[in-house]
Write a protein that binds this ligand. Structure first.
Ligand SMILES: Nc1ncnc2c1ncn2[C@@H]1O[C@H](COP(=O)(O)OP(=O)(O)OP(=O)(O)O)[C@@H](O)[C@H]1O
Length: 452
């Protein structure tokens, strides 16, 4: 090709992707070369390349082939000289997120992380509601719930989702002023405005925002004047029907030292929590990350079972999970070895130790009692009817499997039973596990729930 044809094709793409997408993503592409069925375009940044590849790669390929080009792959490469050039404003990596109508310095937004998009957010049961709510807001349609309040423990994806909303809105509604910042930055801005006697400017600025996202709002608890100002900003925006998205580490009602009127305001919209990750979600996240690492470390071998092992053993937050995988890949590539189970255990021994969750016999008894719908007192009591004895044996078996307690110790926790009784119970369940599908399923369910 195709240099000349690329010009014509671009015009064709304009019709398909629309003016905004075209200006932002297609126009800056520079045709570099076409060899062996692979066409390469130069792009200003890696992020830009990834974005175009994910969102328009197939379309470009389709347009090229339907125009008679023998192309099977499309590559996007950062050209050496584009490093000197500033990337187009709206797509610059880690850019401040501002609308073209407001100058960069005037809006109070914080930088967005280019990796935090909906595409890279893995959805599972624990976060599906939060993800759906975030996507709804990102559509930029009429405000249906205000605010959207996302909460959950450390590293479960609150910031990721907020950035994803911002990136999406930027694409869909470039006309909107979208501002993302942490509650700490809000306070900093506020204190600065007070100090410089620019409160009017501060108020005006925040009231000119169309979508306001405030991360980690628990930070302003106990900080009276910041709370007060936040409350006014919040009300002013809600009154104008502007969308607000808030995150915190706990539900509004549980944030200590937050004024009641703010708590109740925060509860007015949709409150959604991100639950702790479960095994399937952790495995999904690891698999997605591995795909990315494969590009960074081509040729690195990963043994079967390693990801499953990590998903089982690291049950804390996703940040820890990601950190573990990064370390593992970096280490394996350094020593030039396959990532085996042994290497994983060596390399991550500290992380694995730290996240070892101690399951207690009492926890097992409680879960099992709930599962079979019997009273906890009956689980440890003397009655020997089958409806109680079987769950009791299941709980004994799980206690042996999942804790480091000895048989006599387990016996003591089951109402002072002898260790031979525990041994008998464990053996019985081992047999039933093979013969009885229902018991096998119960055990698997319970184990997962306990290890989650
Ligand atoms: N479902 C997910 N899919 C992919 N990556 C995820 C997911 N959840 C979290 N992460 C990743 O985990 C890391 C931590 O997420 P994030 O910073 O959004 O957590 P957070 O809930 O805001 O935590 P904190 O309370 O510490 O602010 C990020 O790198 C993020 O990309």
């Amino acid at each position: 090709m195709i240099q000349e044809q690329w010009g014509t094709l671009k015009q064709d793409l304009l019709k398909t992707v629309g003016q905004n997408n075209f200006k932002t993503w297609i126009e800056p592409l520079e045709f570099a070369d076409l060899t062996e069925g692979a066409v390469t375009f130069h792009v200003p940044t890696n992020f830009f390349g990834n974005y175009v590849s994910q969102n328009f790669g197939d379309l470009i390929l389709h347009k090229l082939t339907s125009n008679g080009q023998r192309v099977q792959r499309v590559h996007f490469k950062v050209s050496a000289n584009s490093l000197d050039r500033p990337a187009p404003r709206p797509v610059a990596e880690k850019t401040d997120f501002v609308s073209p109508s407001v100058t960069k310095d005037s809006l109070p937004g914080a930088p967005l992380d280019a990796r935090f998009t909906f595409d890279s957010f893995v959805v599972g049961k624990p976060n599906e509601l939060a993800n759906a709510a975030a996507r709804r807001v990102a559509e930029g349609g009429p405000v249906t719930f205000n605010p959207l309040f996302l909460y959950g423990g450390v590293g479960l994806g609150k910031t990721h989702l907020m950035h994803a909303i911002a990136w999406d809105l930027q694409q869909r509604r470039p006309d909107l002023n979208v501002v993302y910042l942490s509650a700490e930055q809000f306070m900093y801005r506020f204190v600065q405005a007070l100090r410089d006697r620019k409160m009017m400017d501060f108020k005006q600025l925040f009231r000119s925002v169309d979508v306001l996202m405030v991360d980690d709002v628990q930070f302003i608890a106990g900080k009276d004047s910041t709370q007060e100002e936040f409350f006014h900003t919040f009300n002013a925006l809600v009154d104008q029907n502007k969308q607000i998205i808030i995150s915190a580490d706990r539900a509004p009602g549980e944030i200590k030292d937050l004024e009641d009127r703010i708590k109740s305001r925060l509860q007015c919209g949709l409150v959604v929590d991100l639950h702790p990750t479960d095994y399937e979600l952790r495995l999904g996240i690891l698999q997605t990350k591995v795909e990315q690492y494969r590009e960074q470390y081509p040729g690195l071998q990963l043994a079967d079972g390693v990801l499953e092992f990590l998903a089982h053993r690291i049950s804390t937050n996703v940040r820890v999970l990601e950190g573990a995988l990064t370390r593992l890949f970096a280490f394996a590539s350094l020593v030039g070895r396959e990532i085996t189970m042994e290497l994983t255990q060596d390399c991550l021994s500290d992380v694995l130790r730290a996240s070892e969750r101690k399951i207690t016999v009492e926890e097992i008894q409680r879960r099992v009692a709930e599962h079979y719908n019997i009273r906890l007192s009956d689980m440890i009591g003397p009655k020997r009817v089958r409806t109680l004895a079987r769950p009791r044996q299941v709980a004994m078996y799980l206690s042996k499997q999942l804790t480091s307690r000895s048989l006599p110790e387990i016996g003591r926790r089951f109402g002072g039973r002898d260790h031979t009784t525990v041994m008998h119970g464990v053996r019985r369940i081992e047999e039933l596990r093979v013969q009885d599908g229902q018991i096998a399923e119960d055990l698997e369910l319970l184990r997962r729930a306990l290890e989650a």
